[in-house]
Design a protein around this ligand. Sequence first.
Ligand code: FE
Ligand code: ZN
Ligand code: FE
Ligand code: FE
Length: 179
Amino acid sequence: MNNNGNTNAGMGLHSNSQGFDKAFLEQLQDVYDAETQLLTALPKMQQAASSQKLKQIFQQHLQVTERQRQRLEQVFQAIGQPAEAKTCPAMRGLIKEAEEIMQKQGQDPEVLDAALIGAAQKVEHYEIATYGTLRTWAQVLGHQQAITALEATLEEEKQADQLLTSAAEHNINQRAAES
Ligand code: FE
Ligand code: ZN
Ligand code: FE
Ligand code: FE
């Protein structure tokens, strides 16, 4: 957004901006895949959760994730690029961790819920980092429509993280009350 006052800024900005546009596009393709992966992971996590509150959070965030995926398609369109996904290995890993948690047998339901919340928060934090970066790059590159869309998604990811934190507190309190 701000010109950095460098006397080479004119030439520097021009020659770097193509590299940055490419990096921006690659990050978009990565998170487009990440959101798509989540569309299949969240229903499994919803099913594995015991508490109704947590099930509801996963259900709600599934709907939010569908909208976020569509919002990314609008961002691709706004920058004149086709909506293409490029595998996000980080989300693969995060989902794999969630799957390992769900595959463990004979778990105390409240411990399982706590572990699922932790896995989901790792996902949200990854998304917060990604959308924060993309939003800043969109500002620097002057992609106005993209800024608004990425900012909206960033706020939704932060909200999801907060909901998960309150679910974790509720889960622990419940356990304390029962023992
Ligand atoms: Fe998301
Ligand atoms: Zn990613
Ligand atoms: Fe990634
Ligand atoms: Fe999310």
